[in-house]
Design a protein around this ligand. Sequence first.
Ligand code: GLN
Ligand code: ZN
Length: 779
Amino acid sequence: MASHIVGYPRMGPKRELKFALESFWDGKSSAEDLQKVSADLRSSIWKQMADAGIKYIPSNTFSYYDQVLDTTAMLGAVPPRYGWNGGEIGFDTYFSMARGNASVPAMEMTKWFDTNYHFIVPELGPDMKFSYASHKAVNEYKEAKTLGVDTVPVLVGPVSYLLLSKPAKGVEKSFSLLSLLGNILPFYKEVVAELKAAGASSIQFDEPTLVMDLDSHQLQAFTHAYSELESSLFGLNVLVETYFADVPVEAYKTLTALKGVTGFGFDLVRGSKTLDLIKGGFPLGKYLFAGVVDGRNIWANDLAASLSTLQALEGIVGKDKLVVSSSCSLLHTAVDLVNETKLDKEIKSWLAFAAQKVVEVNALAKALAGYKDEVPLPHFVLVYLSLRDVLPAFFSENAAAQASRKSSPRVTNEAVQKAAAALKGSDHRRATNVSARLDAQQKKLNLPILPTTTIGSFPQTMDLRRVRREYKAKKISEEDYIKAIKEEIFKVVKLQEELDIDVLVHGEPERNDMVEYFGEQLSGFAFTVNGWVQSYGSRCVKPPIIYGDVSRPKAMTVFWSSMAQSMTARPMKGMLTGPVTILNWSFVRNDQPRSETCYQIALAIKDEVEDLEKAGINVIQIDEAALREGLPLRKSEQAFYLEWAVHSFRITNCGVQDTTQVHTHMCYSHFNDIIHSIIDMDADVITIENSRSDEKLLSVFREGVKYGAGIGPGVYDIHSPRIPSAEEIADRINKMLAVLETNILWVNPDCGLKTRKYPEVKPALSNMVAAAKLLRTQL
Ligand code: GLN
Ligand code: ZN
């Protein structure tokens, strides 16, 4: 029984690649230094998989930045503005595309399906001259071979590559990216030929777009591409890998009929219907790569459950045609549990990071193989025998951990379960409609038209970070910590008063991260030291782990918010992270539906909202930065998600008085397709990113969507150190006034200011207030 891993994290167990990249970018180390760190990481990963007994070990899943950008490099698809003159693409051109250089900005980056990984979007037009410009796949194959490991080179498949691209600027809308298929396939053939010549016996094409809603024209492109590649692929084991969802029926038919392909990979964790599809028919003689070990979460696999799934599949595709695999690349999970020395022992026994998942995949394959060789006995006896004979300790420890997770009192909180269950089926809305509420609030708050505000955080200085760190490490007393944070809040409050901002924030100096801050104070959350996951380039995030029922032992923000309010006569916004964002930016438990966990968090945040209100905070912002991120890939599943996500948000604030103003904030621009859900959140005011994304947001209002609540489309991009002028900001506001009523419009930046510096923030905000004041005189 064979085993396979779809892909592996490249950052290293302690983010070695991140530090090597950043030091190289800063000019502190050489290209050779970077290459050396990278080669060491690759070799240790290959050896680790080989030692674990994995049969199909991937190569070319390492990347200096991103695998889609690597494909762009392989095809020589460099946009002309980077001034590349042909030849093998080097670091200069590669990193210029990824990060920009002194004269040219970076290419666009976007989310990789519904993960938090971001890829560099290829820009293609009819004039693009492709060439074979990066031999990375072949080089890595050879490198592994020299180390004695025969790997499966992984390529982003040609059709997915095109479907993930965007038309270059100036290319007319009617241009079909798929029309370039014939132009890129010759280079894929060239790569395949070189891999064969180097001794490769297998190849993997990642075609995850097959899980999306594709039309028949798009599906035909797969048929066409693989027929075209068939003769080049002859003699190789060819795997087409899908992941992140099940494959729709039509796509399944197309996929399993592809010429020249000998194996198909499926995500059996997220692909809830894949099993039925396979039962409904799987091509004779082909390999099934069964992704039973979750590549997107950190839970130990339920080996006994996987084993029975695999046994069922074995019955369909044949014993020697089943390959045990990960559900997707392990890129999306943390790297190695071994480095988590501070985690609670029981919780740790429930977890598996990438390194442990490799062992799980192999153990399952071994267990199945053992099972295969045994004489036919009644089913339960067979399972018992195979468990006893193969890796007994591993399986029994796993079973014990699964059992402990099911019964552990730290997971279950009856009261929370009950309260969350009671929410379902009923609606939660504020009793008064939004325009009447806005009137009531205005009476209390007495704000000018075009009120100004900011999104929450102010610059996080080195000193501030040091204070937090030292407090956490117990190097400074609570008293000193409170004093330091209080001083910072005071500074931020006075600055906003000087700037004459209308609705103030406390600046969030006590927060390291908008999810971690709340997770640390809620029950049911655990934190890792090294559980990093690549987000983009060298950037990684460390999601909290939600392992149990969520509850709020005590108020989380009231102390700081009321302290801040006491420093000013102006309204001070209470600042919370919403349930959907906490959920989407955490590793979520897999033993209950996401919606259930979300409702539990919503109840905890609801308590906080009500405590803030009691403490005299009249404006409360509940950030839902990540609401859109959780949107399922397939249209058929989106309505359900939006329903419970929006419901969860409403639960947090359905209990406040009309005079309490609820704000929410979102930082994505692709908002137009879910505008009705956003309206349904029923917030009094929404502040939203707008400037960074070329004001695309406004088009939805131009198209006539009625929006009656308060809205603050960002008037400047906080990602850039550039200081916008008052005229430029006034210009932007005027564009908004053209499509939105004056009395609902707010003036604010795109997002929080935490990554900026005071010399940028002060003049930018001062210009923002000046612009608002100027326009007030003209209205
Ligand atoms: N209140 C948060 C801040 O200002 C919001 C951050 C975000 O939207 N990503 O930092
Ligand atoms: Zn934001």
